[in-house]
Design a protein around this ligand. Sequence first.
Ligand code: MN
Ligand code: MN
Length: 364
Amino acid sequence: MNQRIQKLSSWLTEKDITCSFITSTPNVFYLTDFYTDPHERLLGLFVFQNEEPILICPNMEVAQARHAGWQYEIIGYSDTDNPWELIQKSLLKRNVTVTRMALEKEHLTLDRFEQIQRLFPSTSFVSAEEKLHTLRMIKDEKEVSILQDAAALADYGVEVGVQAIAEGKSELDILATIEFELKKKGIRQMSFDTMVLTGLKTAAPHGKPGLETITKGDFVLFDLGVVLDGYCSDITRTVAFGDITEKQREVYDTVLKAQVAAVNVCKPGTRVGDIDRTARSIISDAGYGDYFTHRIGHGLGIDVHEFPSMNETNDMQLQQGMAFTIEPGIYAPEIGGVRIEDDMLVTSDGAVTLTKFPKELIIK
Ligand code: MN
Ligand code: MN
């Protein structure tokens, strides 16, 4: 069995849980190397204490699961089969009595939970998520290498975007150019909807790109990332088109100072809350505290937002192998918004930024 499944198995033994039934695409991928989006169809993975694991997927994807390297039992089902009945049969054959089962409570729908309850009426349920979050939080060498490559492609996306800035171009024009160039590099999927915002629209942290055209004196904000081999990157850069006002410059310099300071405190042992506070105090001292309306960042990996949440109240200490973002911003409705975001990796004695696009203000 692979090391990840083994770790989950040991946890089941330690906690006296019969089995874990994992149904989310990211966690199934993490444990099996099989990445599939089954839409409304059931995808599942049973991991036991001492039994071999079982994968459940649509018949038409069995070959892909094998191709991804899965060598244990697969319950394949057609669109007219009831997968729950097949699961029941398979567990009966193995003579497994399930007394306690770990599920992904954040992910599982109520409908599926009811199906599971029907199959296992005298079983108690616990959360598998805490354990999976902890396992996924520390990246191994292979994951680090993919994250580095994904970050380099995010850098490239920003580079293409900055080059594409020109009077009269719309946000969506530039966005399309970025994604077109990334597709040519083999990127099928972005890690979230690419953001290109101009002018005062930059003051909305989750603004929607549209047909607004760029004019001189605008901030242009890029927030984008790619999915590479199942892993995400996430970068934000804000640049100026033509001359900007002193106020805009002040906002930019404040965010930059906060972002660099936050990056510089990262090393094994640093408390997550202190990273947030480092950036937040610089922004507050400059008088913009009310305009930094979100946390400093989030864990990064198979999901673009994953455990842990990098916020002021999080006391967790950084450990080698953690990957996360640092992305302070100031969103001033009258001036515009600036956010600068890097992907970070904690090393044995410090931390490095995986995204490397320059952060000094670029005036196009
Ligand atoms: Mn982010
Ligand atoms: Mn982002």
